[in-house]
Design a protein around this ligand. Structure first.
Ligand SMILES: [Zn+2]
Length: 377
């Protein structure tokens, strides 16, 4: 395969900025980052006059896009549509996310995820199973009639993938220690969410099995002086990452900034929690029989509960920069940190040997192009 390159006035490689630099790749992997002036004469080269090239954005919580909800269509082609819709907003890779569903559909989501990764669907990294092992008191827009506490035997029935990443959001107070350990054993990454746990219920034994916390502040017991709840425990657990929705609706900018101060660097990462309306012309869809629609930029169900977000990654990054986060840190929160959280060792940086994945933003942080496994979109 031939070498190809993209270049821009600025390139952020995940650690530092390079100026007038080009990203060169071959066979789906990065060959080098080099000065534009040193590019071979005959190389296929696309130059962007403005903006920045960053490591490809990774969104670990995407319920839908391009008019498709993963819950309503668990198939490779639906995953392809969702990945395509989110590429317009800078997302190179994502985890299609199954909102609480039946064991049959969870099994289908797991096997479909493995199939989609094996089929090399561009942008497909793995699957996020968000429930139904959740706490009814923090159900959000989930259908609580589907919730249960799985035994190890229940969990052993599922077709756990080998090549697709698996992220599980569970309320740890609804899970036995054995069940959590089993999920770790099959290679799943565990995130505590939709949880009403007290600090005591989040015992050290259980916390040791928890890799992260899902959409910090939303659908979890709040931080209070006498009871730190899930929020306080999440902020205080240095080993665990926290994902956070930065649409400015789910979390107040000041709460976001406080979380950013509390977490060690690298442990706070951006997710969209996007729904079918992202990259679509319609502003409503159905989920488990309920109609969800965009009203004043908020996605709400009939009860008025927030039901996911109507935002892409590029806008989420632009927001946190506007709120006072440095550009380099904001870019890492959308690429380097989620790559670490997903143990995707060949993503999150622009360096030789990494997968050829990049997001090219303009001066206003809108997406100009996305590179996925060596293909430029
Ligand atoms: Zn949720």
């Amino acid at each position: 395969m031939v070498m190809k390159a993209i270049s821009a006035p600025r390139l952020f490689d995940g650690e530092q900025y390079r100026y007038d630099a080009a990203l060169v790749w071959k066979d789906g992997h990065i060959h080098a980052v080099m000065p534009i002036s040193e590019l071979p004469k005959d190389i296929e080269h696309q130059h962007y006059d403005e903006g920045v090239i960053a490591p490809g954005f990774i969104d670990i919580q995407v319920n839908g896009g391009g008019d498709v909800m993963f819950n309503n269509d668990i198939s490779s082609s639906a995953i392809e549509t969702i990945c395509q819709a989110h590429r317009k907003y800078g997302t190179a890779y994502l985890l299609p996310t199954l909102i609480s569903s039946t064991p049959e559909k969870i099994a289908k989501a797991l096997s479909t995820a493995e199939q989609a990764v094996n089929e090399k669907i561009a942008g497909m990294l793995g699957v996020h199973i968000e429930g139904p092992w959740l706490n009814e008191a923090k159900k959000g827009a989930h259908d609580a009639t589907l919730f249960y506490s799985p035994t190890v035997d229940d969990l052993s029935q599922f077709p756990w993938p080998h090549n697709a990443k698996v992220l599980i959001t569970a309320a740890t107070e609804k899970m036995s220690l054995e069940a959590l350990r089993y999920l770790q054993q099959v290679g799943a990454i565990i995130s505590c969410g939709h949880s009403n746990a007290t600090v005591e219920q989040l015992s050290n034994d259980k916390l040791a099995e928890v890799n992260g916390f899902t959409h910090l502040f939303n659908a979890m017991s709040p931080f209070e002086g006498r009871e730190p709840g899930v929020v306080g425990t999440a902020l205080n657990s240095d080993h665990a990452w926290c994902s956070i929705i930065t649409d400015g609706i789910h979390v107040h900018p000041n709460s976001f900034l406080l979380a950013h101060r509390a977490k060690p660097q690298g442990k706070l990462l951006i997710v969209t929690d996007a729904m079918a309306t992202v990259g679509s012309k319609t502003n409503r869809f159905e989920l488990d029989g309920q109609i969800i629609e965009v009203i004043d930029n908020k996605l709400v169900n009939a009860e008025g509960s927030l039901a996911g977000a109507h935002i892409g990654m590029d806008q989420s990054v632009a927001n946190v920069i506007r709120w006072g986060i440095e550009e380099s840190e904001a870019l890492k929160m959308a690429s380097t940190y989620p790559a670490l959280a997903m143990k995707a060792n060949d993503l999150g940086k622009l360096a030789s040997g990494y997968r050829a994945a990049a997001t090219v933003l303009n001066a206003n942080y809108q997406t100009q192009a996305v590179l996925v496994d060596g293909k430029l979109y």
